[in-house]
Design a protein around this ligand. Structure first.
Ligand SMILES: [Zn+2]
Length: 417
């Protein structure tokens, strides 16, 4: 065994730091116990950023804030001109968030810097830990870094609907210089993010670690169905043009299609509005919102084509007019194969079980993966719950994830030399 293989992070200190961070923004969540409200750019977010900064500095990192408000700690490498190996995640939360979503990835990165400092084990590449600005609402931090951030400030809706310009100033960023936050592969060679799964797959298959294959692409559509509103008492069944029963056929068709599609795409009609929505009127108009997600763009395309064919036959059969309009299109971001392989190797060496899986939620890694090599490590979420005070990943699971992060980073440091 090499010397680096025996290295492992200080698990107690990792969990103690997670506890400390969880106190910033902690609040009661009624019957659900406690949760965390640490909205991006809020006083709680600022307090957490201060704490993170102190930890980074104590771990021997140089700390800066870029124009997009990303908090970046850099631990020097042997070759200061080499591109950085980066890790990190976010410390902002949703209004009733949990203590692990985002926080684990940032705290684990800092714990690795502490270990590098104590052990005096040199890395060839500079090592960056990034706490991205506002992951939960605008993703302004990671998007600006990837050069995908919208240039129109109106397109941002930060929490509390404050102007993005003011939000950025408060955390030390600068909207007018947003493009300066942009990075490329020549200065970040690889980004590796540790995150809680926020789903129930790892628990269901009883594995310690998830090796993320990529972040799924997403499409959202607005579907409208135009029938004819009419008297629900006097209109015979065979003379109706009922927009709601038409909608029902489409809702079931979407579910059936995604269930039986090869692979594991998901498709959902999650919002339906009915007009006039009255007991005595045959529904005349329906608006629905449909979402589709998969790791492979062609799968989404095929499902969409299949759905459109179904739409046409249903429209003829029901004598309604059905329209579909795209509202959102996000490309999938695939994790780099070599990075996935090194995560697997690390799991094997640490004696941890693992499985490959896609991420169906958005993460900072999906933006960073657009310009450089990227990998993600998942640890289990109890009952698949997140964005809730109930979110739980055991101290042991957090330690395992951080050790996989550490070992993979050490391998990446050799791989990119
Ligand atoms: Zn997150």
């Amino acid at each position: 065994m090499t010397r680096t293989m025996t290295l492992s992070i200080n698990g107690d200190r990792l969990n103690q730091s997670l506890d400390e961070l969880a106190q910033i923004g902690a609040k009661s969540d009624g019957d659900n116990g406690s949760c965390i409200r640490r909205l991006a750019f809020s006083p709680e977010d600022l307090a957490a950023r201060d704490r993170i900064t102190q930890w980074m500095e104590a771990a021997g990192m140089g700390v800066r804030i870029d124009a997009a408000g990303n908090l970046i700690g850099t631990y020097p490498g042997v070759d200061p001109k080499a591109p950085a190996l980066a890790t990190g995640s976010h410390i902002d939360t949703v209004p009733s968030g949990g203590r692990y979503d985002g926080a684990l990835g940032v705290v684990a990165g800092i714990e690795i810097a502490r270990l590098l400092q104590e052990s005096q084990i040199p890395l060839h590449h500079p090592f960056e830990v990034i706490a991205f600005a506002d992951e939960e609402h605008t993703m302004v931090g990671s998007k600006a870094m990837a050069g995908t951030a919208p240039t129109d400030p109106e397109r941002y809706a930060p929490p509390d609907n404050e102007a993005i310009q003011d939000c950025l100033v408060r955390v030390g960023g600068d909207w007018t210089r947003l493009t300066e936050a942009r990075r490329d592969r020549s200065d970040i060679i690889c980004f590796l993010e540790l995150h809680v799964e926020q789903g129930g797959v790892l628990e269901a298959v009883d594995r310690d670690i998830g090796v993320v294959e990529g972040i799924v692409g997403q499409r959202r559509y607005r579907i409208t169905i135009e029938g004819q509103a009419n008297h629900a008492g006097t209109t015979p069944m065979n003379m109706r043009r009922d927009a709601l029963t038409t909608a029902a056929q489409l809702i079931l068709a979407v579910e059936d299609m995604a269930k039986h599609y090869p692979g594991e795409p998901v498709a959902t009609i999650g919002a339906v509005t009915v007009w006039p929505n009255a007991i005595n009127i045959v529904p005349g108009f329906v608006e629905m919102k449909m979402g589709m997600r998969d790791l492979a763009e062609p799968v989404i395309e095929h499902m969409l084509a299949q759905f459109k064919r179904k739409m046409e036959t249903v429209a003829v059969a029901t004598r309604t007019r059905i329209r579909i309009k795209p509202e959102l299109e996000l490309q999938p971001t695939l994790a780099t194969n070599q990075v996935q392989d090194l995560i697997v190797e690390s799991c094997q060496e640490l004696g941890l079980s693992y499985t490959h899986l896609p991420s169906r939620a958005s993460h900072d890694a999906q933006e960073i993966g657009k310009f450089t090599d990227m990998g993600m490590i998942f640890v289990p979420s109890r009952d698949g719950v997140s964005h809730s005070g109930e979110e739980y990943t055991s101290p042991q699971q957090c330690i395992q994830g951080a050790n996989v992060l550490l070992q993979t980073l050490l391998k990446l440091d050799r791989y990119y030399r």
